[in-house]
Design a protein around this ligand. Structure first.
Ligand code: ATP
Ligand code: ZN
Ligand code: MG
Length: 498
């Protein structure tokens, strides 16, 4: 990586008389502050280009260690100290005339728009960025974020376009195949459910609801009660600040269902809309859009982020860890676009979210305890053909967390079940140890001063049902006895149509 920055310091008075003194500051800085922290010979170097009354023009070149924009701030400090002390002159501002960054990449970048980047080009294995920014952005570390963003895009490509690295952990015995149809199709035929009025949504009839509730009872009785989890109710509209802190705003935009309140609840504002609808019986979407406020956030996407403001800025007492809670109070929503399929990929789904916090050791232990109990449920109650895999999302591989991930501590386990009707594996739940990501993002600490970690696991009820019914079919007599007993008569109370 190479940086080249040309600019000038603006001083409060004419400094052309002290050229030699200023030149000496630059020469000294090159040997001291501009190399501090860098391997030998890898620091930044500055050059005084000229002085015109109060303007000190300079150039800085650097590699990745003391980046030119950091070097500039260090140089400014050194110059201010010298001019202030020796001549009672202040450095009032900085102008950046040209700032280019070269980042190695095997491929040219695709065209994109990034704030403060005037031009992006590619030449001889290097992406060239021309930045256009002021002192404020340099102080706010904007260049580092631009570089980070580009590096992530390169890394993502190098990750082979895959969103994660997949490694088998455990695998059940193969099970005898007794059903080979798409369970959603079969459920529609029996009217266990029908499509809802909006995309990616189902109206769940008595039978499938009874199955969901049976899954919930299993999770409560076999996992949550024995492991000491207590229920909470997390909000289901999630504000920007929460997603900012949880990291979701780094990329989740294409899948959010956005939430906007009305601009006002003044009936006057809405009278035209009401009149239009009353007269035409048509919904005036344009008129409604004009009266909507800005989005305040979106509907629940991942279930745990809206829990965290509960502890934000707080210190947890030693006796309260590991904190163990769960939420099953509402739906999650994702815009899955053309990907929606059956009940397994929907825009509106139901999930139990299990969340735990504690010392790293406690959090890893909880994860192991949950894994054991999940295995028992899948093997002994649902009798599924399933497997689990250790997945490292590419961004984690990026965030220097791959070390922890390789140790099998921080990262995600996906649970997958075979769908015999199309011979694909479906992720039906996951379990993550998130390290200090959330406690850091929401500024939560532990009384003892030890590191605080967290983990979470999302049990997708639609996905459990899709996996179970695809393998076992809809006829209750073919279901495993233990599960059948927990469900009771699946058809009891069903509405018959004529
Ligand atoms: P996929 O790769 O299948 O889209 P994901 O990686 O997006 O899954 P996560 O973000 O890990 O899923 O969500 C956790 C759990 O939430 C999943 O294991 C699944 O049970 C459930 N889930 C996620 N998206 C959907 C959806 N569109 N429909 C139903 N359940 C879902
Ligand atoms: Zn979560
Ligand atoms: Mg997804």
């Amino acid at each position: 990586m190479e940086f080249r920055l040309k600019g000038s310091f603006k001083c409060s008075k004419d400094v052309s008389e002290v050229f030699d003194g200023i030149e000496a500051v630059f020469a000294d800085a090159n040997k001291t502050v501009l190399t501090k922290g860098a391997p030998h010979g890898e620091g930044a170097s500055s050059r005084l280009l000229g002085i015109e009354s109060g303007r000190v023009e300079f150039e800085i070149k650097s590699g990745r260690y003391v980046r030119a924009h950091d070097a500039l701030l260090r140089l400014k400090k050194a110059l201010s100290a010298y001019l202030g002390k020796e001549h009672h002159i202040g450095v009032r501002g900085v102008e950046v005339d040209a700032f280019t960054v070269k980042i190695p990449s095997d491929e040219p970048p695709k065209p994109m728009k990034i704030p403060f980047v005037r031009e992006i080009s590619y030449n001889a294995g290097m992406i060239n960025l021309e930045l256009e920014l002021s002192l404020k952005e340099l102080e706010d570390r904007v260049p580092d974020r631009i570089i980070r963003l580009i590096e992530e895009k390169i890394a993502k490509k190098d990750f082979g376009g895959k969103s994660e690295h997949w490694e088998l952990l455990t695998e059940s015995e193969p099970k005898k195949r007794i059903f080979n149809k798409d369970p959603t199709e079969e459920m529609i035929k029996r009217r266990w459910l029908i499509h809802g009025a909006v995309r990616g949504q189902w109206i769940h009839g008595i039978q499938i609801t009874r199955i969901f509730r049976a899954f919930e009872r299993i999770v409560v009785d076999e996992i949550l009660k024995p492991l000491g989890y207590a229920e909470m109710i997390f909000p289901k509209v999630v504000g920007w600040d929460v997603w900012k802190r949880s990291g979701h705003l780094k990329g989740v935009y294409p899948e959010i269902y956005y939430v906007s309140p009305p601009q006002s609840r003044d009936p006057e504002l809405w009278e035209d809309v009401i009149n239009y609808y009353r007269v035409t019986q048509e919904v005036p979407i344009d008129m409604i859009r004009e009266r909507m406020g800005d989005p305040i956030g979106g509907l629940c996407y991942a279930q745990c982020p809206p829990f965290w403001p509960f502890l934000q800025g707080q210190t947890i007492a030693n006796e309260s860890v590991p904190v163990r809670v769960f939420d099953r109070s509402g739906t999650s929503h994702r815009y899955e676009s053309g990907g929606i399929h059956g009940i397994e990929r929907v825009d509106e789904f139901h999930r139990i979210e299990i969340l735990w916090l504690g010392t790293p050791d406690q959090v890893v232990k909880q994860s192991k305890a949950l894994q054991e109990r999940y295995k028992k449920i899948f093997d002994e109650i649902l009798e599924l053909e399933w497997r689990s895999a250790w997945v490292t999302p590419w961004f984690m591989a990026q965030e220097g967390m791959s070390g922890l991930s390789e140790k099998g501590e921080v990262g995600t386990i996906d649970y997958e079940a075979i769908l015999p009707y199309n011979e694909t594996w479906l992720e039906f739940q996951n379990l993550s140890v998130n390290g200090d990501k959330y406690p850091k993002g929401f500024n939560v600490k532990l009384q003892s001063g030890e590191e605080l970690w967290s983990g979470c696991s999302g049990v997708g009820l639609e996905r459990w049902a899709a996996a179970f019914l695809a393998q076992k079919g809809l006829d209750q007599e073919n279901w495993p006895d233990r599960f059948s007993a927990i469900v009771g008569d699946v058809e009891e109370g069903a509405v018959r149509l004529v």
